[in-house]
Design a binder for this molecule. Structure first.
Ligand code: CFM
Ligand code: HCA
Length: 530
């Protein structure tokens, strides 16, 4: 049964032509084919994607606890991004702005007469009340349309108040999804924050964690493990992160990249400008964590660090062994579908595999071809009008601050052993016959569910209840349904416990999935009758 074709066949010619490039049923041949990604969604189709502002303000900048992030736009945009992503943070120097929602609350008259005056007033008020060291202004759609110069207001703020102020032209319509917003945020952090501090590290093995947003406390669990081994974490981009620590990021020896999609720009630029190497890691799933910790120790090449790494792995695994076995017995043999924004659709396949769960469908809302096929395809990715709309920042070596931890020979040797500047993407790791879908829409979700009948579906708020009403256990992998952490050794057990509870709840006896009442497959008999 070619599940992909059954779903695609239901489309009219025009939509078929578009969507067939975004869906792959994996086999030897299709594994080598390119997938269409990071292109516009079809108007009218129910997509789960968000906007550029969500990627910039909500995802990358929002978690910075000592930054007053000010949304310049109508109140709905700020309200929507107020705490909904559930990134956690502890106060830094007595400050924690993430509980607040700051907005200029633009009205119709501001759209007609311009909103800069209101923005200046909002900044004045914010400084008087909150006394922040850093303000980041994020604009939403109407601001771009009326042409308020938020960059000029930011420069003025710096002159007038002597604090740091940055502007982000991340209007929702820029780019085709959240992804453009990640890129805009990364560019400005690189230009204006990273490299401006001078606090020297105190330990030998210094790292930054990139692409860890502390959703449900994930970052804290990762930090706990890394500190146990003996690493000094200079900063985290950006979960529980801060402007103050991010300034010193260039001092680290190594960047470890958890979410490739949202932050690979910074990893690349820091390598060019400051010589900081990066490796891809994954702290979701036991095998993946072990591998990541070993790769990090291999990078530093220190015997004691390697021994400590092994000792911590052994101890952490021993602590969870009994629970792991129990949940494995409850979950083994089940199947899952995963559809979230970017990196998690790949990462969580490792964790599911730890508990014997097979992923039959996976997709990203807004990832690029490299997240599917591996970074080796980057040179072949064609630019289009939408991707050209986002600035590609060219950085050069900073002669004063450049420092390389490895010699060139060591680098070349290690490149064959650990994922230095490498990420292989999701598709290579998936089994034959599984389905990969880019920008999965609601129609396709329902169709694939009927055909693949996964035991569980991991996704977001927009489709969770559609799935549950169809009789399929659904768990949000964005907000974790307000649970977590799911990263690290302890997180793996939290995840397995939540999934087991969800699957075994007696409530399922009260819902009848549609395929129990009617056949969903049509077949032709050899004689030709239906
Ligand atoms: Fe990276 Fe993320 Fe994700 Fe993402 Fe997001 Fe998120 Fe996500 Mo929601 S940064 S790409 S833009 S791992 S907010 S913490 S859960 S879609 S899969
Ligand atoms: C975003 C944030 C989001 C949305 C989650 C969802 C998140 O993209 O704007 O659709 O359920 O993780 O909070 O991805």
């Amino acid at each position: 049964m070619n599940v992909r074709n059954i779903v695609l066949d239901k489309y009219g010619a025009k939509v078929y032509k578009n969507r067939k490039e975004h869906i792959i049923e994996i086999n030897e041949e299709t594994k080598q084919q390119p997938i269409a990604a990071n292109t516009r969604s079809i108007p009218g189709i129910m997509t789960n994607r968000g906007c550029c502002y969500a990627g910039c303000k909500g995802v990358v900048l929002g978690p910075l606890k000592d930054v007053l992030v000010l949304t310049h736009g109508p109140i709905g945009c700020g309200f929507y991004s107020w705490g909904t992503r559930r990134n956690k943070a502890k106060p830094q120097d007595g400050r924690n702005f993430i509980e607040y929602c700051f907005s200029t609350d633009l009205q119709e008259s501001d759209i007609v007469f311009g909103g800069e005056k209101k923005l200046r007033q909002a900044i004045k008020e914010a400084i008087e009340i909150f006394n922040p060291k850093c303000i980041m202004i994020c604009s939403t759609c109407p601001v771009g349309l009326i042409g308020d110069d938020i960059h000029a207001v930011a420069a003025e703020t710096e002159r007038e108040y002597g604090i740091s102020c940055m502007a982000f032209s991340c209007e929702g319509y820029k780019g085709v999804s959240q992804s453009g917003g990640h890129h805009i945020a990364n560019n400005t952090l690189m230009k204006k924050v990273i490299g401006t501090g001078d606090a020297e590290p105190t330990k030998k093995f210094t790292i930054n964690i990139l692409g860890e947003y502390n959703i449900g406390g994930d970052g804290w669990e990762v930090e706990r493990i890394l500190k146990r081994i003996g690493y000094e974490i200079i900063t985290i981009f950006t979960g529980n992160g801060s402007y103050e620590t991010m300034k010193n990021a260039h001092m680290a020896n190594l960047n470890i990249v958890q979410c490739h999609r949202s932050i690979n720009y910074i990893a690349e630029m820091m390598k060019t400008k400051y010589g900081v190497d990066w490796i891809k890691v994954n702290f979701i799933g036991l095998d993946a964590i072990k591998q990541s910790l070993r790769d990090m120790a291999t990078y530093f090449g220190d015997k004691e660090l390697m021994e400590r790494t092994e000792a911590v792995i052994a101890d952490e695994l021993a602590n969870i062994a009994e629970e792991k076995e129990y949940y494995y017995s409850k979950l083994k043999g089940k199947t899952a579908a995963i559809y979230v924004g970017g990196s998690r659709s790949h990462h969580y396949q490792n964790l599911l595999a730890d508990f014997g769960v097979k992923t039959v469908l996976a997709g990203y809302e807004f990832a690029h071809r490299d997240d599917y096929e591996g970074r080796e395809v980057i040179p072949t990715i064609k630019e289009d009008a939408d991707s050209k709309n986002i600035e590609h920042l060219e950085v050069t070596k900073d002669e004063q601050k450049y420092h390389a931890y490895l010699t060139e020979e060591q680098y070349e040797e290690l490149k064959t052993k650990i994922p230095l500047e490498q990420y292989g993407g999701m598709i290579k790791t998936m089994d034959d016959n599984s389905i990969v879908v880019d920008d999965l829409n609601h129609f396709e979700t329902e169709e694939f569910v009927k055909l693949l009948k996964p035991d569980m579906f991991f996704s977001g708020i927009k489709d969770k209840y559609v799935l549950q009403k169809a009789g399929v256990y659904s768990k949000q992998l964005h907000s974790y349904d307000y649970s977590g952490p799911y990263a690290g050794f302890n997180g793996a057990i939290n995840f397995a416990r939540d999934v087991t509870m969800g699957l075994y709840t007696p409530a399922w006896g009260l819902v009848t999935p549609p395929w129990k009442n009617k056949s969903t497959l049509k077949a032709k008999l050899v004689g030709g009758e239906e």
